[in-house]
Design a protein around this ligand. Structure first.
Ligand code: ADP
Length: 434
């Protein structure tokens, strides 16, 4: 208990944007999130008074941090499982636990475990450390065809740690720099990528948000559409069932995001779905829920780890589109427009867009924030989300919109809500309203 409020104290290990946004939900629930952050300028450390500076790899720091927390949870999956087990042995509640989290830490372990339960995963082979990658890839390619996908079992993110290799020379070119624990996998010919995000409490209650489509560029998620447009309702139900089953079988507590490939139906994918990745924490594919669902994934994660009843997951609009704000070039056109000015102009042009910035220092390619926009005209929502996210990341309107003269580009009417976009538009910042 937090003696100041009489409310439970949740500790989140990791000071990134997920802890920052969880803190927003903690505030609404009357709580004050405690954060273990590696630095004072991390996203969550900037906004959370109850912050401890320390490493998630240091058991002493973790133990000090856990004292006085009702439950410890995570903003990332990098805490060693033996540390989690030590915390539990010392009497601390930790969710998700090590038995579950290991499958989000290690892709080889995860593939093996899910396949053993008869769940649909791409054909794969786990390599022992120091085995001959070239020989293994030739053998795997002969059975499953090329390209062959090589993944590092641990530590990959945003496509780092994934290589799609077309032929033997391509494998030879990277083999020297790839060592450690590797996974070979069939290249999946997919229709698109989906994510099924669910939450589960220790009591066993579970809740699923609508299945979403995720769009990646160069292995990085750039856009999420909730719900996945045109998804066969039977496939959507199967995707949610898969995620709920995984949450139950692995004993996940908190939010679980299951990244999926939508494919043609095959022996490997009897429902046209293959499981790619698991994340046992709030996830980028659930950011839309902050504005687009009755209960956001951050609030739900808190409810779940505290064993509160879960909140409803209904969508608040026919569609919500989330666009990730990725840092553009740090020199050249647009780079001279500061973030405050970008926010100002975005607010003026698209007042219906919800802005979520993470307070991070600018770096090209870095996830700096996201935007959400709700309505029913999907092409228009995607246009607005893409333009807005790109503007915040680069300081350039991709459609050539001229910020000082205003409507150089005609504004299509938003047919989604009660008011048209022009009804909602704020006065041009250069216009005085008397
Ligand atoms: P990370 O952990 O870095 O996010 P993922 O395993 O999720 O890595 O892979 C990143 C992206 O690479 C996926 O979103 C997908 O676009 C692509 N990818 C991964 N595995 C395969 C595969 N077997 N076949 C085709 N594309 C894949």
């Amino acid at each position: 208990m937090d003696p100041r409020t009489g409310m439970p104290r949740v500790g989140m290990v990791g000071g990134g944007q997920l802890a920052r946004m969880t803190h927003q939900s903690a505030i609404a629930l009357g709580q004050s999130l405690r954060v273990l952050s590696i630095g004072a300028d991390e996203s969550a450390a900037l906004v959370t008074p109850d912050v401890e500076i320390g490493s998630h790899l240091d058991l002493d720091a973790l133990t000090r941090f856990a004292e006085g927390c009702d439950v410890v949870t995570f903003d990332h999956e990098h805490v060693p499982t033996e540390h989690i087990r030590s915390l539990v042995a010392a009497g601390h509640a930790v969710h998700p636990g090590a038995d579950a989290l290991q499958y989000a830490q290690d892709k080889a372990l995860m593939r093996h475990r899910l396949a053993a339960s008869g769940l649909p995963v791409p054909p794969h082979r786990v390599l022992e450390p120091d085995s001959d990658l070239v020989a293994a890839a030739i053998d795997f390619g002969a059975t499953h065809g090329w390209p062959v996908v090589v993944k590092t079992a641990r530590g990959g993110y945003d496509g780092r740690g994934v290589w799609v290799l077309d032929d033997v020379p391509a494998v030879e070119a990277v083999a020297a720099e790839l060592n450690g624990h590797l996974l070979l996998e069939s290249f999946v010919v997919m229709k698109r990528e989906l994510a099924a995000v669910v939450a589960r409490s220790p009591f066993g209650q579970a809740a699923a948000w609508p299945v979403v489509e995720t769009v990646q560029t160069d292995g990085i998620c750039v856009e999420v559409i909730a719900p996945a447009p045109g998804l066969d309702p039977d496939v959507a139900a199967k995707a949610s069932e898969l995620a709920l089953r995984i949450a139950g079988e692995l004993g996940v507590v908190g939010v679980l995001a299951v990244e999926l490939f939508e494919t043609e139906v095959s022996a490997d994918a009897p429902d046209g779905l293959l499981i790619n990745e698991l994340a046992m924490r709030p996830h980028n594919s659930g950011h839309w829920s902050m504005d687009g669902a009755v209960t956001s994934q951050f609030e739900q994660h808190l409810r779940a780890v505290l064993d509160y009843p879960l909140g409803r997951t209904d969508a608040l609009a026919p569609f919500t589109v989330m666009g990730n704000v990725l840092g553009g070039p740090d020199s050249g056109p647009g780079s001279e427009v500061g973030m405050d000015e970008r926010v100002h102009h975005l607010a003026a042009r698209f007042p219906q867009v919800k802005i979520h910035l993470y307070g991070k220092a600018f770096r090209p390619g870095r996830k700096l924030g996201h935007v959400n926009v709700l309505g029913s005209d999907l092409p228009e929502l995607r246009r607005i989300a893409t333009l807005s996210a790109s503007w915040l990341g680069t300081g350039i309107w991709d459609d050539g919109y001229e910020i000082h003269t205003g409507a150089a580009v005609p504004e299509p009417v938003d047919r989604s809500g009660t008011a048209s976009a022009s009804d909602q538009r704020m006065p041009d910042p250069t216009t005085r309203v008397s």
